[in-house]
Design a protein around this ligand. Structure first.
Ligand code: ADP
Ligand code: MG
Length: 621
């Protein structure tokens, strides 16, 4: 802050954002109006809540006023809401508070297409700089006499100063429009834009060409959620959803009903079509507004569980006390009962969507599947319903999704469990030798490629009494199922006797020593000599790596499984009988490295791997 006391610098993210906004061609300029009107409406909501919860605060009729001046090329948006103090102006109009937005802007690629990325989310107040380099904000907090003027030309700094001879209530934002945005000084264009974007605002919006008169009201200012469904068009829902969610997509599905029973309330919820940019924000909060008879009392959305945070919407309930603090509100009986009912309703709507409209549900699953999976281990009560929603690719289908119900319906005779593998991608999962025994029996394998899959599958899942098992843990059960596909290679006629096999395993265990936790036989291997599996009661690789990173827990050593019928193993057994110690050593290490590679890992030690390969090649003649 300089000595003059008024010039201040924007934070780095704001600077970055302003640079993009003022230097690029923005195709969707009118969003600035939507953002500023939405802020004005928030300010009115806040003051209305205060006036109702604190008896000593009385207020005028709350409203939003927009004035255009076609000769000076200015537009101003004012409201008589809560207003801002000097500190609040600095805090709110010089930084970016929402962490999701912050990271998004920091990480935004520097390519030409930045504006299309930015268009994915509401950029709030700063969107004024899309249409101008010259923005001023005049504001007075409702409980103070001091009026402050904030101004900036969209470069690195802004200015805040107290204005002595001005009397306003609330906030007035004035924008001197840039040349390519002069349209927004035209009354008709502004009116059309407001009708398009802001008809759902709950306060009257007036538009005029003079600051001395209010002009005419141009929105309907009705609470859309309180209206009967039949009176609302798709378009109105769409706009309302955009307003609430800050996203520009269409709702995939709308849930609108009046709950009647012990408590009465209106519910209007939206399921989005595309992933909002802040879906993986640490806060994991839904965009839900809680009203009491059309007075907004909270947008702190603990009402929706974190794993359904993609939902946005409104709940309006007359039975919630207006004057309780947020902490007490969370414990309130009515709120608790609404919370439960809403959760059930969302999940049953999703289950219905999955049944009635597979294509739509697939779109939903693409966008929100990983988030729903969080619910499987976070919400024990709803686990079974959520498992019904799970969709996956499998060894039976690469394109299109399968459900657990479909899986169970197609199980082979004698198949005991549901089998899955976690992997980074579909192709490498299929190449894993662990799958051979399953594929030979045409047993379906669920292929899971989201990082979160390692979590929920580790919690002991059963679906319709069938256990969900990692392919490592199902090979013994496989022997009960008939083989339907012939092995690609012919089986060697030679066989290792049981006692030779025992000796060989003991020798491999000795040679590989510390590098494996166990060497054992896997009778269901077919074309591969060896593979890696995970031990009983051991987490899968992804989970182990996460636990290592977060808690320093060391990764357990791999289990090496061998195919007793494979030529390579028969040769190895012969070497052992002929006491070719060095050859056994080299081959055992190569086999372990081979198994690791097939499991998507690196060889134990690249240098030794190279040496061993050379050794081996040296033996060809
Ligand atoms: P958001 O609306 O998501 O909080 P914005 O960038 O739109 O983000 O606004 C930042 C903050 O500035 C708001 O949270 C609010 O505190 C303050 N603000 C913006 N416009 C107004 C206004 N018209 N009246 C009072 N406060 C406002
Ligand atoms: Mg805003």
């Amino acid at each position: 802050m300089s000595k003059a006391g008024n010039n201040m610098e924007f934070t780095a993210e704001v600077n970055r954002l302003l640079q993009i906004l003022t230097h690029s061609i923005y195709s969707n300029k009118e969003v600035f109006l939507r953002e500023l009107i939405s802020n004005a409406s928030d300010a009115c909501d806040k003051l209305r809540y205060i006036s109702i919860s604190q008896s000593d605060v009385t207020i005028d009729e709350l409203k939003i006023k927009i004035t255009v001046d076609s000769s000076k090329k200015t537009i101003s948006i004012s409201d008589n809401g809560i207003g801002m103090s000097r500190e609040e102006m600095i805090e709110n109009l010089g930084t970016i508070a929402r962490s999701g937005t912050k990271t998004f802007i920091e990480n935004m690629s520097k390519d030409d297409d930045a504006t299309s990325q930015i268009g994915q989310f509401g950029i709030g107040f700063y969107s004024a700089f899309i249409v101008s380099k010259d923005v001023t904000v005049l504001s007075k907090k409702f409980d103070s006499e001091e009026v402050h003027l904030w101004s900036s030309d969209g470069t690195g700094t802004y200015n805040v100063q107290q204005i002595k001879d001005k009397n306003i209530s609330g906030t007035e934002i004035t924008i001197k429009l840039a040349k390519d945005a002069h349209d927004f000084a035209d009354k008709q264009i502004v009116e059309d834009t407001i009708k398009k974007y802001s008809d759902n605002i709950n306060f009257p919006i007036y538009l005029s060409e003079s600051s001395s008169s209010d002009g005419e009201q141009i929105n309907t200012a009705g609470a859309i959620w309180a209206k009967p469904k039949a009176e609302i068009t798709e378009e109105q829902y769409h706009e309302h959803y955009n307003l609430l969610s800050r996203n520009f997509d269409q709702p995939l599905s709308t849930i609108h009903y009046k709950a009647e029973g012990r408590f009465e309330y209106d519910v209007l919820l939206y399921i989005p079509t595309t992933r909002p940019f802040d879906l993986f924000d640490q806060q994991r909060k839904a965009k839900l507004k809680l009203y009491v008879k059309k007075v907004l009392i909270s947008d702190d959305t603990y009402i929706i569980p974190p794993y359904l945070r993609f939902i946005s919407g409104v709940i309006d309930c007359a039975d919630i006390p207006l004057t309780v603090s947020r902490e007490i509100l969370q414990e309130n009986n009515v709120v608790l009962s609404i919370k439960k009912a809403i959760k059930n309703r969302i999940i049953s709507t999703l289950n219905k969507l999955a049944k009635d409209d597979k294509d739509k549900f697939d779109i939903f699953w693409e966008a929100f599947g990983p988030v729903i999976k969080e619910g499987i281990y976070e919400d024990y009560e709803k686990k079974d319903d959520l498992l019904k929603l799970i969709r996956f690719k499998s060894s039976n289908t690469k394109d299109g999704y399968r459900s657990l119900e479909e899986y169970i319906g197609d199980m082979k005779p004698n198949q005991k469990s549901i089998y899955f593998i976690t992997s980074e991608d579909y192709q490498s999962a299929l190449a894993n030798p662990l799958l051979e025994g399953y594929l030979a029996r045409e047993v379906e394998i669920i292929i899971l490629t989201d990082p979160i899959d390692s979590f929920w599958t580790a919690t002991g899942i059963k679906f319709e009494d069938k256990e969900l098992k990692h392919v490592s843990h199902g090979t013994e059960e496989l022997t009960d199922i008939a083989v339907t596909k012939k092995a690609k290679k012919k089986k060697s006629k030679a066989k290792i006797t049981d006692s030779d096999l025992k000796k060989l395993i003991a020798e491999m265990t000795r040679v590989l020593g510390d590098h494996v936790s166990e060497v054992k036989i896997n009778p269901s291997l077919i074309d591969s000599p060896v593979c890696i599996s995970i031990g009983e009661n051991v987490y899968d690789k992804t989970m182990q790596k996460i636990l290592q990173q977060r808690q320093g827990i060391s990764i357990s050593k791999p289990v090496l499984e061998v195919n007793p019928n494979h030529d390579v193993m028969i040769k190895l057994s012969d070497m052992f009988k002929n006491k070719q110690t060095k050859n056994i050593n080299t081959t055992a290490h190569i086999l372990l490295d081979y198994a690791l590679i097939m499991d998507g890992e690196k060889p134990l030690n690249i240098e030794e791997f190279g040496k061993n390969m050379q050794d081996l090649i040296g033996k060809f003649n």
